[in-house]
Write a protein that binds this ligand. Sequence first.
Ligand code: AMP
Length: 245
Amino acid sequence: MAEETSRRIGPVVLLGPPGAGKGTQAKRIAAQYGIPHVSTGDLLRDHVQRGTALGQQAKEAMSRGDLVSDHLVCDMVKDRLRQPDCVRGSVMDGFPRTVAQARWLDMFLEREQGCGDKAFFDKSMSGKGLLIVIRLDVDYNQLLHRLTGRRTCPTCGRIYNVHIQPPCVADTCDLDGSKLVVRDDDREEVIRERLAVYERQTQPVADYYQRKGRLVTVQGDLPVDEVTDRIFRITGRVTATAEGG
Ligand code: AMP
């Protein structure tokens, strides 16, 4: 249940390699603040499943573990962030993944939500919300271990891990009893490619935010509740600053 539903939060951007726990933590942030969880991976998978024009264009890159082109993803995110439920903020998981997407997001937030760089540096704009960028850091071998153990509920989207967060009954969702599945791109050869793509394309996004003084890192291989606590401390602190506190 949402615990804080009046303040403007973020938007919060969660960075980190595949398997770092972005999805799990994003869901918790969304529930805590009553803001939507915007996962570009989930949105794209939904397009692929529905066979939309975007889904057809995205499908091949996704099955290779490659990135979908920036303009397709940015258009999709623009449509999502313009929906009324994003007015108080959102938590973005899997976006931005390239420096071009990060630049686009800065421009979009400045123009449409008044919480870009200007709000960050100009205290008189408090109350507009501030972009919060958090990177979850996890060691490479730990990531491989996590990703190969990942199982997803096709009905409710809940994520499990056979090694570290197994369901109560093997291969079965605790919440709705659906049979858990291995995502197509969680096969080992695709995982290695996704991790390489992260190093090549998404690590520069972290550097981009670091240069702007925006990046906060959290150790992602701590117990999952500890990671959440650390994230909430950051979101609480930044939100208080944005309100002039
Ligand atoms: P994810 O569920 O975040 O791991 O994303 C699954 C796949 O969707 C990725 O491997 C990419 O092919 C594609 N994808 C998700 N987000 C983005 C993005 N921001 N830019 C480009 N491709 C993306």
